[in-house]
Design a protein around this ligand. Sequence first.
Ligand code: CTP
Length: 422
Amino acid sequence: MAQVDQTLKDRKILLIVGGGIAAYKALDLIRRLRERGGQVRVVLTAAGRAFVTPLSLASLSGQPVHEDLFSLTDETEMGHIELSRSADLIVVAPATADLMAKAANGLANDLASTLLLATDKKVLMAPAMNVRMWLHPATRRNAARLMADGILFTGPADGDMACGEFGPGRMSEPLEIVAAMTQALSGDTRLPLNGDVAVPACLLKGRRIVITSGPTHEPIDPVRYIANRSSGRQGHAIAQAAARAGAHVVLISGPVSIPDPVGVEMRRVETARDMLSAVEAALPADVFIGAAAVADWRVEGTSDSKIKKTPAGSPSLKLAENPDILAQVSTRSSGRPQLVVGFAAETNDLLEHARAKLTRKGCDLIIANDVGAGSNVMGGTHNKVHLVSRTGVDSWPLLDKDEVASRLIMRCAELLAGSEPE
Ligand code: CTP
C-alpha cells in the first residue's frame, strides 16, 4: 500500500474514462489515487462502457459513476456544472481522439465533453489511440489547440499498440499519470516539457526550426562593447520546447550565461552581422523565430586597440545601423520559412508598435511584450505576451517563460498542420 501523498490527500479528482483498450488502466489509476488519499469521481463515456463496467469503476472509486448528461438522478444529486467545478483537477484517461477533438472545438454533446467545457479547473489528458490516429494532422492540430488553451498532457508513450503497430499512442502508465497529477496539483503553472506532462513528442517531427536568442555584443574596442539586458531565457526555452516536440532545432545565440538547451544544434555568435550569417547558413527551415534582442546599432570604425583616456576628452562613437535579421528572413524571395515569428519588446504603445512591426517586417506573428520599467521581463523568469497576427490579438496571462515557450510551439504546430515539411 502506497503512502498517503500530501498533494493528493483529500483532493477531489474527476476522472473521465474514454473508450479504448487503455480504459482498463483507469481501474489501476483509481486504486493508486485512493491509496494516496485522493477522492475520485468517475465519468464514463458511452464508448468507455464498451471496455470497462460502471460497476468496477464504482467499486474501486467508492462513488457512483456518472454517465448521462440528462440523468435526473445525477442532476438532483449533483448537476454537471457542479460536478466539473467541485473537482480540484480533471483527468481524462484514456483521452481518445474523439474526446480531444470535442474538447478542442468546444463541443458539448455528452456528459464528458460538457464537463470539459464547463470547468474552470486544470485538465490533464492522457491520450491513448492508434499511432496513425495520433499522427493524423487533425489530432496534431487538436493537441496543439488544447495545449495552447492550457490543457496539460501526459504522454502518449511510444510502444506496441494493441492493434499490432508500434509508435506513439500508448497511454502513460497509471503511476506516470499520478506523477503528472501531483505536479499539476502542486500549483506548478509551468508546462513541463519532458517526463510526466509532455508536449506530444512527435508534434514537430520532421520540421526544422531556426531560432535566435540572447543579446548581441557590438564591439567598441577589444575590451568594450554595446549590449542589452537580454538573458536569452525566452529564446532558449522556445528552442527547448521545439526540440522536445521533435523538431530539428538550430539555436543561434548571442553571448548568454544560461545553459544550452538539450538536443539542439548550437551556433554561438557575438555580433548582429555574425548572427545574420549564421541564420542564412541555417536556412532553409519550416519556421524562423527571432527571439534575440539584436542590437540595432554597431560602432563604426571599431578600434583595434584599447581606447585610452586622453586629456583631449571623451571619445565620440559613430553608430551604424545593423541588418534587420527578422525582416531579411521574412522578405526572402526564395526559401522563406513557412512561418516567421518575431518579438516586439516595447516600453509603450505595445500593440500599436507590434502591429506596425508585423507589417514593416513582413512576418506572420509578433510576440509582443512590455519591457517597460518594473516589468522585469528582460532577464526575468516570467513573461506576459500578446500574439499579434494579421487576424487579431491573442493575450496570454503572466506565465513562466517555459510555458510561454511550450504554448508558442503548440501554436506553431497548429499553424503548420497539414503543410509539407521543408
Ligand atoms: N530583430 C532582428 N534584427 C535586428 C533588430 C531586431 O532580427 N537588427 C528582430 C528581433 O529578434 C525581434 C524583432 O526584430 O524579433 C523586433 O525587435 P525589437 O528590438 O523589438 O524591434 P526593432 O527592430 O529594434 O524596432 P524598434 O527599434 O522600432 O523597436
